[in-house]
Structure formats: structure tokens, C-alpha cells
Design a protein around this ligand. Structure first.
Ligand code: C5P
Length: 398
């Protein structure tokens, strides 16, 4: 997958540096060559000797190492790579990158290059959530830096939350996506997927049968064409694809917030089955049967319409906004009316009547409704629908 690709791997000083050693091996197994760079702090976690042995390459450590300068200056070192991977991307490295600092080899390489950069952040949850890190993250995304992770989970410091570095296969997939050369290279596309869960009380929720299969396939197909994909997903049955930025949400309100935070984008595809209603006055403790036979009444309020909100935005509206219409009757008429009402460019309509087996199944039969009219596609695998849709999006974005 990565045959002949040259990767400059900057290893920052974090406990996750041990995973970077496995990453070197995995990248080389895919055919890439890896040139490792260690920060001072990284040497507290991994040794230059083991990194060099795994990479079968020289390890670069010091900006002022004259031998290195004679062999290959730092400018040349960063430019000779197809991709720079920063893993673990510590809070310090992210801050240096965002601020344009160049006071050691790693930060100088990152400033002295126009090679694409992929960061796999790894830090304590509080450091990750700190407004300074979040500001730096936004700045770096604006500069076109790609990110993979961090994941939520238990951390070496004993805390729990976002901040764990992604696992090696995810980083390898992100490397593949960053190097993917296709018609959507450099384009940012937001994809929503899966159902939403609307809580009733701390243990119960309202949900729907969406598996997230079609949205996941679309995100994968867009990434394969070189797009930078932000994948905003509710609790789906299928795992998210590799090579995309995954943002996990539960409710419609959270999904809208995540989509708004991910803008600007060139295109947005709304494949999520968003719950139409949320429960008002949510209980902070579990609703109990009290033996009286009285049935609790749930009061519902309408959820925000994410697709309509984004489609009717002014300045920040993506150039192409694609919605879905899952209908059980009068598919064409309902979907055509929906396109008008929501203000989106395209509607992908499908019949989700139980007898079609589409909801939760592997196949889909869709009609693409645009300004040009309705175009019926033959029934095919959801992967194929995704690839065709991605190709059409690439065409539309030029
Ligand atoms: O109104 P309906 O749910 O049928 O519209 C479906 C389309 O609108 C899908 O693209 C879905 O992702 C999107 N949608 C949304 N937010 C909602 C409801 C639907 O983005 N609250």
C-alpha cells in the first residue's frame, strides 16, 4: 500500500513512543521507508539504537549535529519525505507547530517544509482538553495539518478520556489516506453517519435501526480519493473506516455541534439517521416503576435539523451539500420535496421499507436527485454506491 513512500517519523516525548516503534515496523511492512527523528524528551522513552535498528536507518536527533548537516541539511531532510508523521504528537510539539517555533530539530523540520504533515496526538486528557491545546489544534487544522486520533480510553497516568494515541493500524490507515493521490486531494468533506441516541434517563434512550454502513462506506470512498474526511458518527454497529478523522457523538445536538466545529468544508454528506425528537426534562436518575401502575409520559421536543442548518448557512456553507432521504412510500415525491425544503444540492433517496432489506443490509438502491432531475441507480452493494457517489462529488467539486 505504501510501496516506495518516504516517511519522516518525528517521535515526541511521551509514553506512547513505544507504539511508534511498532509503527515503524508496520510502515516498513507496507513498503515505506522510514527516517526517524527523536526529540530530546523522546530519548527518555525509547533509545536511538532500537529506533534506528527497527527503521534500518540513521536516527536524526540534533539540529546542530554537523555531520548530519554535511550529509543532509535539515531543509533537505524534511523536503525529501512524502509525508511527515508526528507520533506521539505531544502538547508541546503541537504548540511549537502552531506557534511556528523552531528551537530543536523536530520543530525546525516541521517549519522548514511544505511536505504534508500527519499528527497522532498523545497526551494526558486535561492537556488535550486545555483551551490552549484546542486552539493549537484548530490553528493546525486551518494550516492543513492532518490528525489521527486521539482515542478515548485509560491512560498511563491513570486517568480516562481522550488523549490516547491511536493504535498502529489506525495510524497506518491515516498515512495511506494522507498519501492517497486522487481527485479529492486537499478537499475537506464532512460525513455524518449512524443513528443518534436520545437519552430518556441515565440508562434508557430512543434510537433507530441505522447501522452506519452506508455513511461509513461513503467516508472510506471519499478518503480513498484523497479527501480529508471528518467523520461524525453516532453509535453505529460498524467500526469507522481508517484514514478519517472520527468524531463520536451520541445525540443530534452533539452531532450538530461537531459538524459546525468541523466547518469549513468543501462538501458535506449527511448520511446519519438523526432522531427527529429528543426527550425534554431528562431524568438524572432512573425512572422507576412504583407499583401504582402509572405509566410515565415522555415529552418530546424537535431536534435541530443538521442538514437544513448547514444547507441554509451563508458564508460557511460547503459548496456541495448532500442529504439522504430514507422513505417507505412515495420515495421520489417525498425526496424531491425534501431537497427543496432543506435547501441541499443533492438528495440520495432510498426505499427503506422492511421488504427491501436495505436498512441494516449490505445493498442499497438509490435515486440521486439534483438540479438535473432524478437519476435511478441500479441496486448494488453499499460500497459501490459509496464509490459512485464519491466519484460524483469529485466531479462536482472539479
Ligand atoms: O427529515 P429527514 O430525517 O427525512 O431527512 C433526512 C436527511 O436529513 C438525512 O440526510 C439526515 O442525515 C438529515 N437530518 C439531519 N438532522 C436531522 C434530521 C435529518 O441532518 N435532525
Amino acid at each position: 500500500m505504501l510501496a516506495g513512500k518516504r516517511i519522516l517519523l518525528i517521535i515526541g516525548g511521551g509514553i506512547a513512543a513505544f507504539k511508534s516503534q511498532l509503527l515503524i515496523r508496520a510502515l516498513r511492512e507496507q513498503g515505506a521507508s522510514v527516517t526517524p527523528v527523536l526529540t530530546r524528551a523522546a530519548e527518555e522513552f525509547v533509545t536511538p539504537l532500537s529506533v534506528s535498528a527497527l527503521a534500518a536507518n540513521k536516527v536524526y536527533r540534533d539540529l546542530f549535529d554537523l555531520t548530519d548537516e554535511a550529509e543532509m541539511g535539515h531543509i533537505e531532510l524534511s523536503r525529501s519525505a512524502d509525508l511527515i508523521v508526528v507520533a506521539p504528537g505531544t502538547a508541546d510539539l503541537m504548540a511549537k507547530m502552531a506557534g511556528g517555533l523552531a528551537n530543536d530539530l523536530a520543530s525546525t523540520l516541521l517549519l522548514a517544509t511544505d511536505t504534508p504533515v500527519l499528527v497522532a496526538p498523545a497526551m494526558n486528557v486535561r492537556m488535550w482538553e486545555h483551551p490552549a491545546t484546542q486552539r493549537n489544534l484548530a490553528t493546525l487544522k486551518g494550516d492543513g495539518v492532518r490528525f489521527v486520533g486521539p482515542e478515548k480510553g485509560d491512560m498511563a497516568c491513570g486517568e480516562h478520556g481522550p488523549g490516547r494515541m491511536s493504535e498502529v493500524p489506525e495510524i497506518v490507515a491515516a498515512v495511506g489516506a494522507a498519501l492517497a493521490d486522487g481527485p479529492l486531494k486537499g478537499r475537506h468533506v464532512i460525513v455524518t453517519s449512524g443513528p443518534t441516541h436520545e437519552p430518556i434517563d441515565p440508562v434508557r434512550y430512543i434510537a433507530n435501526r441505522s447501522s452506519g454502513a452506508q455513511g461509513t462506506a461513503i467516508a472510506a470512498a471519499l478518503a480513498a480519493l484523497g479527501a480529508v474526511v471528518t467523520f461524525v458518527t453516532g453509535p453505529a454497529n460498524v467500526p469507522p473506516p481508517g484514514g478519517v478523522q472520527v468524531i463520536r457523538v451520541q445525540t443530534a445536538v452533539e452531532m450538530l455541534e461537531a459538524v459546525e466545529a468541523a466547518l469549513p468544508a468543501d462538501a458535506a454528506v449527511f448520511a446519519a439517521a438523526v432522531a427527529d425528537w429528543q426527550v425534554t426534562g431528562k431524568m438524572t436518575s432512573k425512572i422507576k416503576k412504583d407499583g401504582s401502575g402509572k405509566i410515565p409520559a415522555l415529552k418530546l421536543a424537535e431536534n435541530p435539523d443538521i442538514l437544513a442548518t448547514v444547507a441554509q448557512m451563508g458564508r460557511k456553507r460547503p459548496k456541495l451539500v448532500v442529504g439522504f432521504a430514507a422513505e417507505t412510500d412515495d420515495v421520489l415525491a417525498n425526496a424531491t420535496a425534501k431537497r427543496k425544503r432543506k435547501g441541499c444540492d443533492w438528495i440520495v433517496a432510498n426505499d427503506v421499507s422492511p421488504e427491501t432489506g436495505i436498512m441494516g443490509g449490505a445493498e442499497n438502491a438509490v435515486t440521486l436527485i439534483s438540479d438535473a432531475g432524478a437519476e435511478e441507480w441500479p441496486r448494488m452493494g453499499k460500497d459501490m454506491v459509496a464509490r459512485q457517489l464519491a466519484a460524483r462529488i469529485a466531479e462536482a467539486l472539479g
